[in-house]
Design a protein around this ligand. Sequence first.
Ligand code: FES
Ligand SMILES: [Fe+2]
Length: 333
Amino acid sequence: MATRGRRFPVRFISAPVWARQRPTYAMADPAVIDAAYRRAQRRPWGNWYVVAASREVTSARPLGRGVEGVEVVLWRDDGGAVLAGPGVCPHLGAPLADAVADHGRLVCRWHGLALARQQVGSWCPFPAYDDGILVWVRLDRLGGQEASGQPLVPARPGGGVLDAVTTVIGRCRPREVVANRLDPWHGAWLHPYSFANLRVLQAPAPDPDLPEDQDVFRVEVTFRIAGGVGVPVLAEFSCPQPRTVVMRIVRGEGTGSVVETHATPIGSGRDGVPRTAVIEAVVACSPRPGFAAALLAAPLIRPAMSWAARRLWRDDIAYAERRYLLCGREDNA
Ligand code: FES
Ligand SMILES: [Fe+2]
């Protein structure tokens, strides 16, 4: 990997044409991916689900989300604290996503019942947590794990960061979304517009008891910026929680930057097929002087970051949905 000179991280890409790349199927062992997925399912997560980007939750109007068929409503009080509760009014069931936010209360549109931090009949607020980029809600009845006071937020770079959150919905389970992220070998094949010269340097052994500090994929890859130029990096993928995959850049431009992919089950559609929300946060950092200017221009840059993430997920969701069609109906694991 070229590391010469910190001034110009961009390199001309010298890569074979797409069909002449070195095939990766022999290395992309389904047993390795499956074992990594299964190990992750045993990790604690305290019943916390990622439900939205922090920016999406405001004091101006409620936001409705679904988690495993449970309607959840989110809003903020006047101090900016996130509140959450069931999205069904306890009176006659009006959707609280349509309620009116009034100084930290939600006022139901049907008959004016006001809801906030207090339990009202069967309606009881859910614990909610805003980590600054994502909002999490704790649903103990669904999770069934030992509840934790706060979610286990993956380590993120400190200081000035540029973040963008993208949400896409797939017709599959979280399992297929996570397994897609635990298959780094598809990168340069399925996403040639974004990745070149991808090499998986290390994959975890398919050992059910592999220690967590060894449970990591190390990948050398060049991110394409445009056509024939890109930025080479070394990245690590790990799965710290059952439905969360973290990609961390450990060498090259943007070292310390992370991409957190959270797969939140929404519930089944009318067709009986499960839906999963992929909520992905890109948290970028850089010591370069130009990065300070990028932070100032964050509102302009964020849409471009989301566009790039959406383009990747267009293909990754197709991959995950295909895997669900082939395998999901039989194995209800
Ligand atoms: S349904 Fe909400 S107040 Fe009646
Ligand atoms: Fe992908």
